[in-house]
Ligand binder design. Structure first.
Ligand code: ZN
Length: 325
């Protein structure tokens, strides 16, 4: 089962989180693979989207915010857009649009930053948005200080965290076709920092030492370890000399899990709203009606009998929500 664990280092201004998406991630890939229009993700896209999903859960877990966190990459290469969306209850979905062929073992820049104009956007969309209120959005490029192309999503996001929240962060991300996982370590702002200039500087140097030590340990975590080891083992291996205090993990009903608002029922309502004539002309042309969800890839198939039922069912009423998303 997918899980999110939060922890702190006793007495130190450092916190951490680790996420492992298993069933939730596999469901996302299964829907995509079953979509006859798109087929499965190429392996490099699968790895990128998995890292995005894991990172989005960590970022949602890191803020106190009642709304969706949406992590998007707008690419200038074959991957046009990749999106991971996580709700405050950690339900999530993710998708990517791929146009054309990818080189084997494509790098991040070969996928989304060919001309160095790809970008990454983080949007916080409040649940109870007031009229006229815009969601908050931060955008960072996919290059570093010297305009060099970044080849790791974690580097892009660390940059974002530093820029938007002024928080030193270490992120380690990894994904394959079974697991999407991530580790986040963050230096917490110290209360009263900058108040008593002389003293707090000294304190800060001392506290930074702790953060730096923990950050180095975190960065030593290998992709294979993150993908294959359970959370207890990872934390024990990395921080066995540290006083790690762990919180109740988020698993099962409270943990990360796949959710998309699409359903066969909703798609039926949409087809009903097209009207009988339109539906019949699609059936005449293609022999069936095929509707794919833009956000999770789930494909809904209606043969002529299914379609007829949509229009003859006793509950056939005027559409309530004509749009799937
Ligand atoms: Zn869907």
């Amino acid at each position: 089962m997918s899980e999110l664990h939060k922890f702190i280092f006793d007495g130190l201004p450092v916190r951490g989180m680790i996420v492992r998406l298993t069933d939730a991630w596999q469901e996302i890939l299964k829907r995509r693979a079953a979509n006859t229009g798109t087929g499965a993700y190429p392996a490099p896209v699968c790895d990128l989207l998995g890292e995005m999903a894991a990172a989005a859960v960590l970022m949602q877990g890191n803020i106190k915010f009642n709304g969706a966190l949406v992590l998007q990459i707008f690419g200038d290469g074959p991957v046009k857009v990749a999106v991971a969306e996580v709700q405050p209850d950690f339900s999530l979905r993710a998708t990517a649009t791929v146009v054309g062929d990818l080189p084997d073992g494509a790098t991040l820049s070969q996928m989304v930053n060919v001309n160095n104009v790809g970008r990454c956007a983080i949007t916080l969309d409040p649940k109870d948005r007031l009229p006229g209120q815009q969601p908050y959005q931060g955008v960072v490029p996919l290059f570093g200080d010297q305009h060099e192309k970044l080849e790791k999503l974690s580097d892009v996001l660390e940059h974002y965290m530093l820029q938007s929240e002024q928080l030193d962060t270490v992120l380690v991300l990894a994904a394959d076709d079974q697991v999407a996982a991530g580790l986040l370590i963050q230096r917490l702002p110290v209360l009263g920092e900058n108040n008593l200039a002389g003293q707090s500087n000294e304190d800060e140097i001392g506290l930074n030492e702790h953060y730096n030590r923990i950050a180095i340990l975190a960065k030593s975590l290998k992709r294979e370890e993150l993908l294959t080891l359970d959370v207890d083992t990872v934390l024990r291996r990395l921080f066995w000399e540290e006083q790690v205090l762990r919180f109740e993990p988020f698993v099962g009903d409270t943990g990360p899990r796949f959710a998309c608002s699409c359903s066969r029922e909703r798609v039926s309502r949409m087809i009903r709203s097209l009207g009988v004539e339109e539906a019949e002309s699609i059936l005449a042309e293609r022999g069936h009606i095929e509707v794919g969800c833009d956000f999770c890839g789930q494909q809904y198939h209606f043969d002529p009998v299914d379609a007829a039922q949509i229009f003859t069912a006793p509950d056939a009423q005027p559409p309530v929500e004509p749009i799937v998303h």
